[in-house]
Every structure is written in structure tokens, then in C-alpha cells.
Design a binder for this molecule. Structure first.
Ligand code: HEC
Length: 116
């Protein structure tokens, strides 16, 4: 019994450690986030297949700056990609974006959603 508990604790510790490493390691650099680089790269690769032009899902277009900014201001962009309660998690029918991609978009928003 003691052994099982010990193994359980070890297992829990290693999970926590891995998670922290994923969240806080230095591979996520948000010091130079630009709309034209990180934001469009992420949206083009994961979102515009469903969110572009006249047939955009939910009328949400993510293929031009003005529309992306509007989605960001409404809170829906970050709500959807961070799988916040009350939002439909995006990308639809696919795994959540890596934390660093979400962090980049959050940083772009915090920096004033520039068209840079
Ligand atoms: C496979 C198609 C598909 C992909 C890929 C996709 N979406 Fe969606 N998205 C949808 C559908 C369908 C809805 C629901 C539309 C509706 O409400 O009618 C939606 C809704 C949304 C909403 C509104 C969510 C809410 O609850 O208010 C946002 C914001 C959004 N998507 C952003 C994104 C972003 C950002 C990505 C890329 C990371 C993405 N979507 C990728 C299909 C997709």
C-alpha cells in the first residue's frame, strides 16, 4: 500500500513538473510579436480554412486585419482559442493550439492589436 502511494506521488510530481516546463520554458518568445508574423501565421495555418470570405463560419472572418481586430475586441478570439467557458473552443474539430501560439495572440492584444 505504501509503495502504491509513493509511486502515485512520484507520478503526480513528474506530471506537474512536465506541465510547468511546458508552460514556463524559454522556447516561447513573445518579445517581438507582430500581426504580420505570428498572428497571421497562426490564423492562416489553423483558422482561415473555415473563417474567410462570404462563407466564414459564424460570420467570423479571420483573413483580414479589421475583422481579426474586431474578433479580438469582442473577446471571442481569445475566448475561443483558450477554450474559455461560454465560448466554442477553436480550432473546431481539432486539438487546442499550443500554449505559445495562444500566448502570442494574447500579447498582440495586450500590446494594442497593432497592424504591424
Ligand atoms: C473546421 C472549421 C473551423 C476551423 C478550422 C476553425 N473554426 Fe472557428 N468556428 C467554426 C464553426 C463551425 C463555428 C461556429 C459558428 C456558428 O456559431 O455558427 C466557429 C466559431 C468560432 C468563433 C466564435 C466562438 C464563440 O463561441 O463565440 C470564433 C471566435 C472562432 N470560431 C475562431 C476560430 C479561430 C481563431 C480558429 C483557429 C485557431 C478557428 N476558429 C478555426 C469552424 C471552424
Amino acid at each position: 500500500m505504501k509503495l502504491i502511494v509513493a509511486i502515485g506521488i512520484l507520478f503526480l510530481c513528474s506530471c506537474t513538473y512536465n506541465k510547468e516546463e511546458l508552460l514556463y520554458n524559454n522556447t516561447c518568445d513573445t518579445s517581438n510579436v507582430k500581426y504580420s508574423v505570428q498572428v497571421t501565421n497562426t490564423l492562416n495555418a489553423n483558422c482561415i480554412s473555415c473563417h474567410a470570405g462570404a462563407t466564414a463560419s459564424g460570420g467570423i472572418m479571420l483573413d483580414d486585419y479589421t475583422s481579426v481586430r474586431a474578433a479580438a475586441i469582442s473577446g471571442r478570439l481569445l475566448g475561443a482559442i483558450s477554450h474559455a467557458p461560454g465560448y466554442r473552443g477553436m480550432p473546431d474539430l481539432a486539438p487546442k493550439l499550443p500554449e505559445c501560439r495562444i500566448a502570442e495572440i494574447r500579447t498582440w492584444m495586450r500590446n494594442g492589436m497593432l497592424n504591424n
